[in-house]
Design a protein around this ligand. Structure first.
Ligand SMILES: [Zn+2]
Length: 138
């Protein structure tokens, strides 16, 4: 009984924890810097494990200075490996705005925002309610 309980807890913990590849995160920072002061936006893709974010997908016309354009549903390919969104803020706050949260609720489980100066300490990940998620960089 004890063993069963322990296993169950372990599974639940694994289920909640997202990971992101360092090279993917670096690409996000680089892209955000290159379009600054405009906003960079894209979609996040997981690998076969379904837990590791390994790729950023750009949609046509996404680097327009209006990150909200990417969330237009007709632009989004039907692809279950796309699990969330990424966008940059030209400001120093990587917390989602009210408009961001409204968009998060339409699509995706994990949403990353990076803010100026777009580095290891200027980003955050959030769930569809805008609650901060703990993501491990691997
Ligand atoms: Zn935003």
């Amino acid at each position: 009984m004890l063993i069963f309980k322990w296993r169950k807890n372990k599974v639940e913990q694994n289920k909640k924890r997202w990971k992101i590849e360092k090279k993917c995160l670096d690409l996000i920072f680089e892209s955000a810097r290159s379009v600054y002061p405009k906003e960079f936006a894209g979609l996040l893709r997981v690998d076969d494990s379904k837990r590791i974010i390994s790729e950023v997908v750009l949609l046509p016309g996404t680097i327009s200075g209006d990150s909200h354009a990417i969330f237009q549903m007709h632009m989004r390919p039907i692809d279950f490996s796309l699990i969330g969104t990424i966008h940059s803020h030209p400001s120093y706050s990587f917390y989602p705005s009210g408009a961001d949260i409204q968009l998060f609720q339409k699509f995706g489980k994990v949403h990353i925002i990076t803010a100026n100066p777009f580095n290891d300490i200027s980003w955050g990940a959030f769930d569809y309610m805008g609650k901060k998620l703990d993501i491990e960089v691997i």
